[in-house]
Design a protein around this ligand. Structure first.
Ligand code: FMN
Length: 173
């Protein structure tokens, strides 16, 4: 699958089969996460990969009701911003960098036949604090998002490629 096909046909997947995703595939997905651009190449993220069912359930509890897909996921990834590495003069870029890493992982997964759904964490601080407590994170690590991954047990039709004419401006507003 080429990059454009992966981007245009991706949909969130919230139901997963029991088939385990091979470690090598997970490794490739993580490499994709680490391959995006980051402000001044700060690479200001870290990832916690979770396969343990009990921990996945606790992550779902921490991240609120919309995080239910985690309970059936083969694995989950908590993306954290690493404030120690973030660009000191504009530290908030950690949020942008974490988002790029998350989306890169989602698209890589799609290309490899693995479904996923992004489960929003930051800036909902109750979720941030609950995940921080669950993983006993140091102060420098800020939970950014959780992604549930697994082979798809649902196949929603990809939405028609959306072209919204009024969103695009050429040369001037
Ligand atoms: C920042 C962010 C937070 C999201 N949080 C959730 C969530 O908590 N639970 C969920 O099921 N989907 C979540 N999603 C997925 C969106 O609901 C989904 O991307 C959107 O409805 C468009 O559908 P699609 O991904 O199938 O194109 C989130 C997506 C983003 C980008």
């Amino acid at each position: 699958m080429d990059a454009i096909e992966a981007i245009l046909t991706r949909t969130s997947i919230r139901k997963f089969t029991d088939q385990p995703v091979p470690d090598e595939t997970i490794h490739t997905i993580l490499r994709a996460g680490m391959s995006g651009p980051s402000c001044v190449n700060a690479r200001d993220w870290s990832f916690i990969v979770v396969r343990d069912r009990g921990t996945l359930n606790k992550m779902a509890d921490a991240n609120g009701r919309p995080a239910e897909p985690l309970r059936g996921a083969d694995f989950g990834v908590l993306v954290c911003g690493d404030l120690e590495r973030a660009f000191p003069r504009a530290q908030e870029y950690w949020v942008v960098d974490g988002s790029i890493a998350a989306q890169n992982m989602i698209l890589a997964a799609k290309a490899l036949g693995v479904g996923s759904v992004w489960l929003g964490t930051w800036p909902q601080m109750n979720r941030v604090e609950a995940l921080r407590a669950l993983f006993n994170l140091p102060e420098t690590q800020v939970p950014h998002s959780v992604i549930a991954f697994g082979y798809p047990a649902e196949h929603p039709a990809p939405r028609a490629p959306e072209w919204e004419e009024d969103r695009v401006h050429f040369e001037k507003w």
